[in-house]
Design a protein around this ligand. Sequence first.
Ligand code: AMP
Ligand code: MG
Length: 478
Amino acid sequence: MGHYFPRYTELGETYLIPQQPCRFEQAQLLLTNRNVLSDLGLDVNLPQLREYLAGLSQVDNIQPVAMAYCGHQFGQFNPQLGDGRAHLIASFVAADGHAYDMHLKGSGATVFSRGGDGFCALGPAIREYIMSQAMHSLGIPTTHCLAVLSTNQQVMRRAMEPGAVVCRVARSHIRVGTFQLMAMNKDVAAMQQLVELCIREYFSDITSTGEARVFDFFHQVCQQQCALILKWMQVGFIHGVMNTDNTLINGETIDYGPCAMMESFSFDTVFSSIDRHGRYAFGQQPNIASWNCGRLAESLMLLVDDKDAALERFSKVLSQFADDFNQGYQRMWSKKLGLLTWQESDKALLNELLSLMQQNKLDYTNTFAALTNSLHTSPLPTYTLPEALADWVTKWRKRICEGDLCEAHSLMQSVNPAVIPRNDMVEYFIAEFNQGANSDAFTSWLNALKTPYSYQAYPAQWLATMSNEQAYQTFCGT
Ligand code: AMP
Ligand code: MG
């Protein structure tokens, strides 16, 4: 690992406001993700990391900043968001040659706090730690949680709760909302800088010049968003708060607030307490990602002269999003079903399965895991096919037997996880941490989540559909 440096400095002080993180003298490091440390080649000792996270020392004298952005929250434009409880403390070049940010969440109030306390409760910090690690292991682009610090101070949420600081490590903290703020400010120079920064860091194969560069950039952002949503849907991830300020320009998952895994299958699944109309329901995610890209296009209009021609070009890219998604979606189901080729009649086969799953409230992960396992030469008794699917399975087997069973099995195993961070388990361990425990059971469960596509005889509770799915709610207040 080389040295630390301040990042995004070319954007200037309108977008990066110097802010001091809160000092938590009594804080303790609770969890450190050694995989993140070693994968990124980050050379920091734990006492030092604790000091950085607790606001007790600065990383190489780098001034921490809060980033400014705005965004659409549940469809409504909010002109002033920004890091209201977060500080970007430094960046570094990791072993993969890319720059990564070190970002604190829950590190105290900033100019963007809008009456919030700037803190983070331990429960949501633990959720972020679990979910970001699980998502990375599932092969989904994501920000990482390097560590969770217990502040040893209480924060007021629905009740008093222990406080925490999350240390997020990510290749980007540039959001669609960052562009929206520059568009609002009509700050052409800053937006040009930002486009160049993003191309340099995330889309370096773009070589076009002039306005074509803007459209090419937009196209690549759309492609990344499309790929991300397909991956979420492949594993049943529901982000829960896909606002434009929570949409990273490089297509990584950020902001594990009210997120949860879908268990019983339904496209309408929503867990977030504030998502009353299902705007961010499981099946709505592609539409919303495309809508968010539309907000980026609106912002990028600032950089083009002929607005009418630009509107046409941006719209074309957006309709390409829909086509790309539909193609990717078919490929996704094809893999999940072990179909080496896609025939017209497979659509009916898939739709019948999805209807049966919804009617019978079948678990998304377990159903596909059971189908996968059923093709193994010596299937594990842990994953059993639901009775309600018996007739459908006969049809599917017939279809599968047209191809190579072994190949079909490997294809299915590569996309159908055997173990995911189930909501009951997440809640169970959050409750344990809230009571001051950090059990061996947590460590072994977290270890299993590092190889989610490995089919093993896991403990039944790791695979059980949640007990009270109808009533399950998640909350924003990280
Ligand atoms: P989020 O829903 O986490 O994306 O947050 C939306 C906005 O609210 C961001 O600007 C956050 O920084 C801000 N925010 C959320 N929680 C707090 C808090 N406890 N104190 C201050 N700002 C907050
Ligand atoms: Mg956010």
